[in-house]
Design a binder for this molecule. Structure first.
Ligand code: AMP
Ligand code: TRP
Length: 324
């Protein structure tokens, strides 16, 4: 049975990039193996410094994930910090991690390029992520493209550990990223990658009015209403493609090329389709939210299951490294 594992940071409301890049693939995989999905609160500490926001986001992200179809009967869902073994393994891995490997990582490099002073948490972020993955002997890691490099670092660290400590038997399983090409990078309202840090997101469970406003604010060029428009370079079409049927996409592309309709009309069509797509999830979310203890109880049960697995791996790692 394959082990599947992924994480999402509680840094704000999950958006279309999170959903199509990671949550939807993760939900689809939950019936194809033994799945572990967690809320990466340790990782979020690199940016979230408001304790109440951390608590609220952690529950919020878990609720959104459950509403979208994550099934606690099939997958183990938990909060990262409920399994402190992750940080113990991260330390052990960090002792064999060459600094240049981390200096080469995008998130750190971008931070430094912007002239900002990175803290150690940001620098060591990929090592903790490697620990998250390796501690569950994960085979498959469904993520968006921005996480590809981190999974590569994980594989490198697994190799180093296996070389050092796994002569008789490999200490760690070699994980593989699973990145769906069509949704590897979902673009945001401004045409850049959709990201909570760019303020260009479409949150999955935004209320109707602000959601419509966000969709209407998608950046477009100044082609006049009558003129034909290019569907290939349009953020409206790119977002519509994520969830509209092939026939509906073709129709929108044809209408773009025909001219005679302004971008506002297409945005409205996009909004309507989006609102309908998430309707069942919205209803499910309302139901789940009606029981205030539900999310906490799911996270608690998940933590117990995850911790048992992580503890076993750590016994093995402590023995192999001579800590025991
Ligand atoms: P984060 O919110 O950074 O924890 O991201 C959670 C998951 O969503 C990761 O697997 C990311 O790769 C994925 N993700 C975030 N933004 C996007 C995007 N714009 N397109 C595709 N996947 C994304
Ligand atoms: N770094 C990931 C992100 O920002 C979140 C994450 C933490 C993760 N640990 C993980 C994803 C382990 C997959 C596997 O999206």
């Amino acid at each position: 049975m394959k082990r599947i594992l992924s994480g999402i940071k509680p840094t704000g409301a999950p958006h279309l990039g999170n959903y199509f890049g990671m949550m939807k693939p993760a939900i689809e995989l939950q019936s194809q193996g033994e799945a572990y999905y967690f809320i990466a609160d340790y990782h979020a500490l690199t940016t979230v410094r408001d304790p109440q926001a951390m608590r609220d986001n952690t529950r919020g992200v878990a609720l959104d994930f459950l509403a979208c179809g994550l099934d606690p009967e099939k997958a183990t869902i938990f909060r990262q910090s409920d399994v402190p073994e992750h940080t113990e393994l991260a330390w052990i891995l960090s002792c064999v991690t060459p600094m240049p490997m981390l200096e080469n990582c995008h998130a750190y490099k971008d931070h430094v390029a912007k002239g900002k002073v990175p803290d150690h948490g940001l620098f060591a972020y990929p090592v903790l992520m490697a620990a998250d993955i390796l501690i569950y002997d994960s085979n498959i890691v469904p993520v968006g493209r921005d996480q590809k490099q981190h999974v590569e670092v994980t594989r490198d660290l697994a190799s180093v550990m296996n070389r050092l400590y796994g002569k008789k038997e490999p200490l760690f399983v070699m994980p593989e990223a699973s990145i769906l090409p069509q949704v590897a990078t979902v673009i945001g309202l401004d045409g850049q990658k959709m990201s909570k840090s760019y303020n260009n997101t479409v949150p999955l469970f935004e209320a109707e009015k602000p959601l419509r406003k966000k969709i209407m604010s998608i950046v477009t060029d100044s082609t006049p209403v009558e003129a034909p428009k290019d569907p290939a370079n349009s953020s409206i079409v790119a977002l519509y493609k994520l969830f509209a049927s092939a026939a509906d996409v073709e129709k929108m592309e044809a209408d773009f090329r025909a001219g005679g309709q302004g971008y506002g009309v297409f945005k409205q069509r996009l909004f309507d389709a989006l609102w309908e797509y998430f309707r069942p999830f919205r209803e499910m979310r309302e139901q789940l939210a009606a029981d205030p203890g539900y999310v906490d109880s799911v996270l608690r049960a998940g933590a117990a299951k995850a911790r048992a697995v992580a503890a076993k791996t750590m016994d093995r790692v402590r023995l192999a490294t001579g800590l025991r």
